[in-house]
Design a protein around this ligand. Structure first.
Ligand SMILES: *[C@@H]1O[C@H](CO)[C@@H](O)[C@H](O)[C@H]1NC(C)=O
Ligand SMILES: *[C@@H]1O[C@H](CO)[C@@H](O)[C@H](O)[C@H]1NC(C)=O
Ligand SMILES: *[C@@H]1O[C@H](CO)[C@@H](O)[C@H](O)[C@H]1NC(C)=O
Length: 245
């Protein structure tokens, strides 16, 4: 066995040992300030392969007590060359999550289920509809009572410790699609999705860098202590998967 595989196995095993059950303070559907991008059937319809454009950009995460998550993103992408032509992107995925012993959250999506709808109306006539599969690592999180709105607020911190936009509790119990694998069929890209989205702007999207999800981005410079995550998640080895799941 190659040394790198062996160390990945060891790391995988210690991750399993370090995992704790998700804690109940995360349970619910959380949404950014505009509260119009929400997980669940109003964002994505897996039966008819449709995504529904929310009224405003934003993001939403749902978590269950037994370790499932769902997320919905609707973002505008600034187009400085032509401000009248904003591009937009909708992303949806779901899967399972674990809380690590040091407080970090690891979200592992069901690869075949995630969907992305990319709209660049001034360049393409139809939106580009593809699969979407992106593991995520949050360094830590906290649930507080928002002092201004007096409602539960979830602060998620990205892998590098920088905060995401605050999320507010929209539903508890969470509003989610079924948590098991929904649609293991092939999605071809550019599948003529109907959404000719006109992306409305809100303050939500501006602060969110496109690289907030980092686990698989090989091009990102990353501190050395994060590299072994690549080993855990990207080694195409059945043995590693066996240890993880
Ligand atoms: C927490 O643990 C995870 C894996 O167990 C690791 O990737 C992450 O860097 C750790 N975070 C901190 C802040 O030590
Ligand atoms: C999904 O992403 C994971 C890493 O996050 C990768 O290991 C896996 O191969 C991807 N699956 C597909 C079908 O793209
Ligand atoms: C967010 O929207 C949902 C559904 O429209 C509503 O039930 C909830 O009260 C809203 N939450 C906030 C904080 O405005």
């Amino acid at each position: 066995m190659l040394p790198s595989i062996a160390s990945a196995l060891l790391v995988g095993a210690s991750v399993v040992a370090a995992q704790t059950l998700p804690v109940t303070d995360l349970v619910g559907t959380w949404s950014s300030k505009s509260n119009s991008t929400l997980t669940g059937p109003k964002f994505y319809d897996p039966v008819n392969e449709k995504m529904f454009e929310p009224d405003h950009t934003g993001i939403s995460y749902s978590f269950t007590a037994d370790g499932f998550f769902e997320e919905a993103y609707y973002r505008a992408i600034a187009n400085p060359g032509n401000p009248a032509c904003p591009k937009g992107i909708m992303q949806w995925q779901h899967g399972s999550f674990t809380k690590q012993a040091n407080g970090s959250l690891v979200l592992v999506p069901i690869a075949v289920d995630g969907r992305q709808l990319y709209s660049d109306p001034c360049t393409y006539k139809t939106s580009v509809y593809t699969r979407y599969n992106q593991s995520e690592l949050f360094e830590r999180y906290e649930v507080i009572t928002d002092p201004y709105h007096n409602i539960p607020r979830l602060n998620l911190y990205q892998f590098d410790g920088s905060p995401m936009m605050p999320l507010y509790l929209a539903f508890s119990p969470p509003e989610m699609l079924p948590t098991q694998t929904l649609n293991p069929t092939t999605v071809s890209s550019s599948a003529g999705a109907k959404a000719t989205a006109k992306f409305k702007r809100s303050t939500d999207e501006i602060t969110l860098p496109m690289n907030h999800k980092v686990l698989n981005r090989r091009r990102e410079p990353m501190p050395a202590d994060r590299w072994w995550w690549f080993g855990v998640f990207l080694t195409g080895s059945g043995a590693v998967l066996y240890f993880l799941f």
